[in-house]
Design a protein around this ligand. Structure first.
Ligand code: SF4
Ligand code: SF4
Length: 216
């Protein structure tokens, strides 16, 4: 005849169960604490931690993104939106033919897997160690190109601006351009609605009013 299964709690005499419970508590008192005092104390991430993305620049400030959309095609979460556009000599954002005019990453979708940065042929897209991405608004979780674009280091000029004189796109990838050419100035971003205005002279009526002012 088959033996009847024991009911829960029948394995030990009844009076031992509370004591066993306190035993678990007692053992936990001597274990290493796992509580982290976040956000007061920030923990350093691993060097290759996958955090917020960054769109990188060449050493003279031109953008590395060529608007090819390979990152968007590689993304399993459909979190990236890219629109490419043509550079012109009057308004240049990258050394080659094309640049990323619109670039967005939706962090409500992104799973920080890193497939997009593997797909990028120019190393324009990399990931930082920044992980504080939470927000209560869906709209705020869509990061724009302006938010993702790397800041300006020493020797860089903000885009748009002319390519380093005497070089081509290949020279940028060969590392031959190490800073902006002397005298490089930011161009007027006409495609973004910026306009060139002639400034009124402050030196008198005879002085030509030729200084360019960039406004919106
Ligand atoms: S990290 Fe992964 S999920 Fe996030 S944008 Fe890149 S490919 Fe898409
Ligand atoms: S970030 Fe890289 S892969 Fe994505 S559009 Fe720009 S160049 Fe292409």
């Amino acid at each position: 005849m088959a033996e009847e299964p024991k009911e829960a709690g029948q394995s030990k005499p009844g009076f031992q169960n509370p004591v066993a419970g306190f035993g678990v508590t007692f053992k936990a008192m001597f274990k290493k604490r796992l509580t982290e005092q976040y956000p007061e104390q920030q923990k350093t991430t691993a060097p290759r931690f996958h955090g917020r993305h960054q769109l990188n620049r060449h050493p003279d400030g031109l953008e590395k993104c060529v608007g090819c959309e390979l990152c968007a095609w590689a993304c399993p979460a459909d979190a990236i939106y890219v629109e490419g556009a043509d550079n012109t000599d009057e308004e240049r954002y990258s050394p080659g033919e094309r640049y990323g005019r619109v670039y967005q990453i939706n962090y409500a979708r992104c799973i920080l897997c890193g497939l997009c940065i593997e797909a990028c042929p120019t190393r324009a897209l990399t990931m930082t160690n920044e992980f504080e991405l939470a927000d209560s608004s869906r709209a705020n979780l869509i990061y724009t190109k302006e938010q993702l674009l790397a800041g300006l280091d020493e020797g860089m000029v903000d885009t748009p601006h002319a390519i380093y004189p005497g070089t081509d796109e290949q020279d940028y990838y060969r590392g031959l351009v190490t800073e902006a050419a002397p005298g490089t100035e930011r161009q007027v971003a006409l495609s973004k609605g910026e306009v060139v205005q002639e400034a009124a002279s402050t030196f008198g009526e005879d002085e030509p009013a030729s200084k360019k002012v960039i406004g919106r």
